[in-house]
Ligand binder design. Structure first.
Ligand SMILES: C[S@@+](CC[C@H](N)C(=O)[O-])C[C@H]1O[C@@H](n2cnc3c(N)ncnc32)[C@H](O)[C@@H]1O
Length: 267
């Protein structure tokens, strides 16, 4: 599509979905949308008309744009680092742990955390806020399922037996792993961020965002973390400006907020 068509399409999508494609990498997004529209055998103009007439098409496009792929214990080796190194450090601090799973999709990440924290020490108190822009995935997450066998692929057997119920519709998370988990709609690119978190997970969410949008989100997370709090990102991601935003890189996926709030952020 040409520049004029892309600008008009972005405006319509913003109106209908609240998703602002100016925050997404231009070349990739344009290519993805071109393929999406071509697969429907439509011109850009006809596609815009379809969107205006069909809420189902709007929902389908939203699903396509937000990409909800997830699973329990996604990147198990990173969850192992979380369990062995990060969580013991947080538990030592002695207070109730406050965690945010940002861009949580169907909730597999938030429930994975709830299981790990429940196992870490039965006495540790925690709350997990899990947010996403997409109502559809949040509805499934709030119900605790149904999850498919693919969603449970990396889940340790013992956890599957202890924390899941199998039904004809799929697997559901038991109440034991839902304790302390709250789901809420939240747009990382538009809404304000709560503060006071010990740990934030934002994994496989910002991949298609522009560097500017990523920097704004990282700044928001830095402000939302308590001093010495941790940020856990996706295995294929990197935060280019972390240091200047007060975050030390600890390993591929883990960053830690420096103890004192940096001057630039305190203003
Ligand atoms: C690929 S999933 C990642 C799920 C989980 N974090 C994981 O790694 O398994 C990306 C999620 O980010 C959500 N998302 C995309 N843009 C968002 C935004 N602006 N604000 C909040 N969530 C967003 C999508 O709806 C989707 O559920």
């Amino acid at each position: 599509m040409n520049d004029g068509q892309y600008t008009a399409l972005k405006a319509r999508i913003r109106q209908l979905t609240r998703i602002d494609l100016d925050f997404y990498k231009d070349v990739q997004m344009r290519r993805r949308l071109d393929n999406y529209i071509r697969a429907r055998d439509q011109t850009v103009e006809a596609f815009v008309r379809t969107l205006s007439q069909s809420p189902q098409e709007v929902q389908r496009l939203k699903d396509f744009l937000t990409i909800n792929v997830t699973e329990f214990f996604r990147d198990p080796e990173q969850f192992d680092i979380l369990r062995r190194k990060v969580i013991p450090d947080l538990i030592k601090r002695g207070s109730k742990l406050s965690v945010w799973s940002a861009g949580c999709s169907k909730g597999a990440e938030a429930y994975t955390l709830a299981m790990i924290l429940s196992e870490a020490t039965p006495s540790v108190e925690f709350s997990i806020l899990a947010t996403d822009i997409d109502d559809g995935v949040l509805a499934l997450a709030r119900e605790g399922g149904p999850y498919t066998p693919a969603d449970l692929r990396a889940l340790p057997k013992a956890f599957a037996l202890k924390y899941f119920t199998k039904t004809p519709e799929g697997h559901f998370v038991k109440d034991e792993a839902r304790r302390g988990v709250t789901f809420r709609k939240h747009n990382l690119l538009a809404d304000t961020y709560e503060r006071g978190f010990d740990l934030i997970l934002c994994r496989n969410v910002v991949i298609y965002f522009t560097e500017e949008a990523k920097a704004n989100i990282t700044r928001g997370f830095s402000m939302a973390l308590k001093p010495d709090g941790f940020l856990f990102i996706g295995a294929t991601e990197a935060l280019l400006q972390a240091q200047s935003l007060g975050l030390d890189r600890l390993s591929t996926c883990f960053y830690q907020k420096v103890g004192d709030v940096p001057r630039a952020l305190a203003a």
